[in-house]
Design a protein around this ligand. Sequence first.
Ligand code: FAE
Length: 547
Amino acid sequence: MSNTPREDRPRGLSRRGFVLGAGSLAGAGMLGGAFGTGPAWAASTSSIGNGARVPVLVIGTGYGGSVAALRLAQAGIDVHMVEMGQDWSTVPPGPDGKIHPKVSSPDYRSFWMRTRTKQPLSNFLGFPIDKAVPKYAGILDAEDFAGISVYQGRGVGGGSLVNGGMAVTPKRQNFADILPSVSAEEMYGTYYPRANSALGVSTIDPAWFERTSYYQYSRVGRKHAERSGFDWTFVPAVYDWDYMKAEDNGSVPKSALGQEILYGNNHGKKTLPKTYLAQATATGRVTISALHRATSVRPTAAGGYDVVLEQINTAGDVVATKTVNAGKIFFAAGSVGTSKLLVKMKSTGALPALNGEVGQGWGDNGNIMVGRANHMWDATGDVQSTIPCSGIDNWDAGGAFAEVAPLPAGLETFASFYLAITKSPRRAAFTYNSASGNVDLSWQTSWKQDSITMAKTIFDKINRKEGTIYRTDLFGTNKIWGDHLTYHPLGGAILNKATDNYGRLHGYDGLYVIDGALIPGNTSVNPFVTITALAERNIERIIAADL
Ligand code: FAE
């Protein structure tokens, strides 16, 4: 915390003062069952000691890790979680008096260890909008590989802190393509419902949708989709819709309606620290060490595994290196984090018996972004909710499912903006680079052409029908497609290949993968509900059979 740039800190607000305030808010939030009262949540962060022995270590606190921690704790097993990012419930407010800044004004809190922002939309009206920031353990990592930037959440709660909250269960008819070795009957009968309920998924009130000015952009998106003959559908989310309505009538502080997304939401969103992790820490069996990065795992002669952890400060300096021993380890560092660790451990001889599937099968969920320029009579609104609530489904005919996404610029842009998920067949591999000591990813930027072709099955048709054109000013000068990134990394330790059919890594007893690394590159929709449901399925089996 001491590395927060002084000039960026608010005057008169000490960290201690904030933490006390946060505690009382947390109490109110938990008692009332309201998700609106953020950013206070059940924090139970500690700092694990060098030489500690724990029955179970979970590396990462995103969806997979949080499911594992809760279910293990409920089964009576003590769990320690390590998380390389911060526990945002203990971070002092920034110059705006809030924990998380608006999407329109990123600052040191926004990006993970960068000296310059890397906003997904890099330009506006053709002008570059990125700017210098102090290096800091911010909430969103734009991790650069040779052919793609992979955006990921950093902090206790992982991707739930930064994501758009769209909580989508894939159509059952597509499930065999998504996870071919898993029973659809079990998933749709038991684990998807369990995940949706624990995550607090719900759909917007359609009557309010029709009247609020904050979803005008979505209604314009519907009009254009339907006039071109596409299926338009509401998309469920993990935002507290009652809180959003209260934001609209001005009775509570604005979050989704106040340009908060990507760099954290101060209110309203049901992030993992308010759902799974709150329940997990409430058992008294789960502790979390934030700002601790796992760098190595190797078996010991006495049994279990030695794990090397680097404790870092908010500037990224290593302040302590610790070795802890764990009986069992759950890799839940996300598709990229888990894959990088496993590939490095196999290649450097720490875990040589991992099989050759480790690092394989990585995909970008076919992510591609695009904007369309509307006519003057199709204004999308100078106020826009940051939580998308609708999508255009052309999966069967064109291989694309497009979210009608906000462009919360605070002024009328006359733009319709979309994040499409496409059926991209491309899969990349992670490999260890012994010269640099880094893990590389073989993704090629040109592979996004498949996604562009599929997305065009929707947007070329809409443009023709509406007499409109693509925006060329959002991703550079004269550049239509946002083809340089993904928000949805998946794969690298594929279920039933690198692991058995429940996530047990081949070659070692007591090592498990339980996050997006298990999923073979595509979920046909936004992925976190599927990651959560698969984790629920796997942990149930592992607890029954292995523990
Ligand atoms: P994840 O949530 O990434 O958690 C992994 C955790 O491990 C992170 O907290 C890391 O900091 C931590 N970690 C990594 N390496 C280490 C290490 N070596 N030591 C210690 N800790 C480590 O993994 N999905 C949807 O379904 N709907 C959406 O609307 C949506 N919007 C998105 C918007 C953005 C901007 C982004 C970035 C993602 C979005 N996603 C969305 C994707 C979703 O958040 C993502 O699939 C899940 O968070 C992945 O869950 P995992 O459990 O695999």
